[in-house]
Structure formats: C-alpha cells, structure tokens
Design a protein around this ligand. Sequence first.
Ligand SMILES: [Zn+2]
Length: 322
Amino acid sequence: MLRDPMLRGVVWLRFLLVVIFATLGSLAFLVSRSEANAETVRIIAPGVWFREGDLEQGHSNNVIIEMKDYMIVVDANYPSGARAAMADVKRLTMKPVKYVFDTHHHGDHLYGNVLWTQAGATTLAFKGVSQELKRFEPGRWQAAAKERPDVADLHLDGPEPPKQDINEDLFVLNDGSRKVEFRHFGWAHTRGDGFVYLPKEQVLCTGDAVVNGPYNNVDDAYIENWPAVLRAAEKLKVKYVLPGHGLPGGRDLLLGQELFVTELFKSVKDGAGQGKKLEELQASIQLPMAVTPWVSDALLKQQIKAAYEEVTQHKPRGEITE
Ligand SMILES: [Zn+2]
C-alpha cells in the first residue's frame, strides 16, 4: 500500500494511461485482424520486412533486415517456416543471410536452425537460449517429431543449438548502413528472451515477450518479472513493434502485453493470498476488458495454473519441472 498520496496518484495515472493505450491497442487489433495474411511479407521501413507466420502451421513471425552486404533474419522458425522464409528472402534480395537470431528456445522459433546453418548462416542467441535447450531437449524435439513431418523428416536426435552465444546483455551489429542492437532485458516469456532493436527506424522485434493476440504461452516464463522486462523495452524509442505471433503494431502493443501479464499475475497472487484454491481461481478470475485481445478462454486456465504455481512455489514458472 502506498501511503504517499502523490506517489499513489502517479501510480494510478500510469495505470490509467496503460488502460487507455491498451484499449486503443484492442481497437487497433480488431481492425487489423482483418488484415491478417499468413505467410506473406510486408515492408515496415526501407530494408526491413515483416513476414507473417501461419498460426495453423505453428509458424512464428520472422523479420528480415537488410545490411550493406548481407541479411539478418529474426527467428529460425520451424523447419517448414525456415524454408518458406528462405524462399521469401531470395525474392527480396541476392544478398546472403549471414545471421539468424533466435529470440528464444521454443521450437517454432529455433527448430529451423540447422537449415539456416546448412544455407551458410550463423545462428545466434542470448546464452539463456542454449541453457534452456540443455534443460528441455531433446525431449521436446522428439515430441514435436511425432506431430510434425517437417521436424521428423530432418532425422535428427534434437535441435541444433545457436552457433554463437551472446554473453552480454547487448550485442551490436553496425556496418555503416544500419545499426542493429540485440538486447536482453531479463527473463519474461523465457530465460533467454532476446529483442532486436533498430534505433534509427525505431523498430522493435520482440519474439514472444510480446504477442499481438491470445497467444501467450507462459509455461517457461517468469511471469512476475515479465512486466519489468517490458518496461525496460518501453524506455526505447519505439514506433513499430514486430511481435513473435500476430500482426505488427505500435507502442501500444508493449503496453497491452504489459497490462495482460501484470493483471494475470496480480489476480492470481491476490486470490492465492486470500486462500483460494487453483480451481476457484480458474473459475472466478476475469481479466480487465483492456486486455481482451490477449485473452483466450482455452489458454486462460493454463495461464492461471502457471501463475499459481509460480506464486505458491516462490520461483519462476520456468524453473518448475512438471
Ligand atoms: Zn515462445
């Protein structure tokens, strides 16, 4: 409880602003839903393209960035998504893909690594990504291979980890034509979450730390810490937010995602503090209207369960093995 009325006023004002932005975001989302066009490429700024992944194929989005002599691709995607993204890059340019950045360790963002390596690119990610691969693989790969022919057809025992680990929180590529910053702000969606920021173009690629729509998987997350990561990202000058799933948006996407994870964690923590059981929370929690675009009835029970485990076991959900 904040006793200082001034401070309390500031907190409420901030909350109100977030709600307003998130509501605007919801409207933008509803409008832009009709603009969804899976497996297509759109230009965001000169030399920066957004490739919309097909949710039905499980694909993530990709971002394609042109440098003077080479290309950078954000996220390796699943193998089938990687092949499709490679074909699209070839349609855009003759330049080779030199770097592929995995925003995190999930299969829909990383299982295509091996294909990019074979095509001559260097895959890279923050060090938390290879750490998580050591924990979760090859189990998840083998489970995916049972469901996905594109994974099975590679006939590998597990995913190829990023070839290059980034050990600092900031890594910069600057060839004079463009500056590209790879940033780690901490553990949100996953331990190794990486953002790609283009300061001149004010473009922020978020991986799944920000999604545009009801696509939040929080099982490997640190839900309580997630808003702090987004607030760090919000300090950047951002005009375009390119999420891991769903359509591109503006700054409001950051604020809407922040409000969603804040409200999810807070309602679970408050309820658990009142002694409510998981089932009661799952039956009663309703998140504010402002975060409607991020809420899926199918996912919400699982998200509440994950937050409940984090609250009651006092550690990040991603540290809890089932
Ligand atoms: Zn993910």
